[in-house]
Design a protein around this ligand. Structure first.
Ligand code: NAD
Length: 304
């Protein structure tokens, strides 16, 4: 059997696949190139860059399994895959800590202006007055989506002596109690948080969940963080609110279209925002973990 690895996946998982199958690694294929070659493969392994569209699935006549080295399967047309009986597997847990810690890094960066101060000093300035921050202690962190990552953010922010509240209609009240956090509705969270961080999957419900109307309900001077999925947050509405000062700071790792181009980047030239190119899962440990986990699941699926 033949497997195509179409994104940059850690070698450990690729080696594991090679012990069982012929494996080709072809990175940066566009949809046409993927459609042209996918017909010869029994398995496909991707990260977030490959979009497995209906067109790709229609051309994938032998395909039995799609492995997503990571958690979000929104890059795969699940309906088309299911109709064809193609199994979709992911590696949901191996990058939880990486994404959690990146979120913490982003929160700290926008709280103390670390990247801006670094750039200033690197350009030869000694400016101590432009980068006064705030303290996390006694502020309120609002977490939207209290799953694997959201619950870990809660613990870490409690360690910073923040009050932590959360909105997640799919987890029981008991879980909020265990986490020592208050369960609130979305409007209450928007109106009462000094920081708002999003950790939901991208679904019909969460697409555009935080747009101009929700931003308008947020506290003056709020800070907003998104390390979940780009389409959950309207970055154009966020940029407007950053310009007006309603939102004091923002940190964004994920974008509605990736890669984010200069033309579609509403934050260019802005100083109260920190952006990273989808680095949430980019640690050595997470990349090895997701590649081995997804390879194991692909092998299990192909072996029936
Ligand atoms: P998870 O499934 O463990 O948790 C998601 C939580 O969101 C669940 O508790 C669910 O009940 C809740 N939720 C679903 N719909 C909701 C809604 N409408 N309103 C409020 N809550 C809702 O997922 P996770 O592993 O914690 O991942 C969270 C997000 O982070 C996902 O979108 C994932 O793709 C993303 N992620 C990003 C990176 C990155 O590189 N930036 C890395 C890992 C994960």
């Amino acid at each position: 059997m033949k497997i195509l690895v179409s994104d940059d996946v850690s070698e450990k998982g690729v080696e594991l696949l090679r012990q069982h199958y012929d494996v080709d690694v072809k990175i940066n294929l566009d949809e046409d190139a993927l459609v042209a070659c996918i017909g010869e493969y029994d398995g496909l392994v991707t990260r977030s860059m490959t979009h497995v569209t209906k067109r790709v699935i229609d051309a994938a006549v032998k395909l039995k399994v799609i492995g997503r080295a990571g958690v979000g399967v929104d890059s795969i047309d699940l309906k088309a895959a299911t109709e064809r009986g193609i199994i979709v597997v992911n590696a949901p847990t191996s990058n939880t800590i990486a994404a959690t810690e990146h979120t913490v890094a982003m929160i700290m960066a926008i709280t103390r202006h670390v990247p801006q101060a670094h750039n200033s000093l690197m350009s030869g300035e000694w400016d101590r007055s432009s980068f006064t921050g705030i303290q996390l202690q006694n502020k309120t962190m609002g977490i939207i989506g209290v799953g694997r990552i959201g619950s870990r953010i809660a613990k870490r922010m409690q360690a910073m002596e923040m009050k932590v509240i959360g909105y997640d209609p799919y987890i029981p009240e008991e879980r909020f109690k265990q986490l020592g956090m208050e369960s609130v509705d979305l409007d209450t969270l928007l109106q009462n948080s000094d920081y708002i961080t999003m950790h939901t999957p991208l679904t019909k419900e969460t697409r555009g969940m935080i747009s101009a109307d929700e931003i308008a309900k947020m506290k003056e001077g709020v800070r907003v963080i998104n390390v979940s999925r780009g389409k959950v947050l309207d970055i154009f509405a966020l940029a407007e609110a950053l310009k007006s000062g309603h939102v004091a700071g923002a940190a964004v790792d994920v974008f509605p279209e990736e890669p984010l181009t200069k033309e579609k980047n509403p934050f260019l030239g802005m100083t109260n925002v920190v952006i990273t190119p989808h680095l949430g899962a980019s640690t050595i440990e997470a990349q090895i973990g997701v590649s081995v986990d997804v390879a194991t699941s692909v092998i299990a699926a192909l072996n029936g």
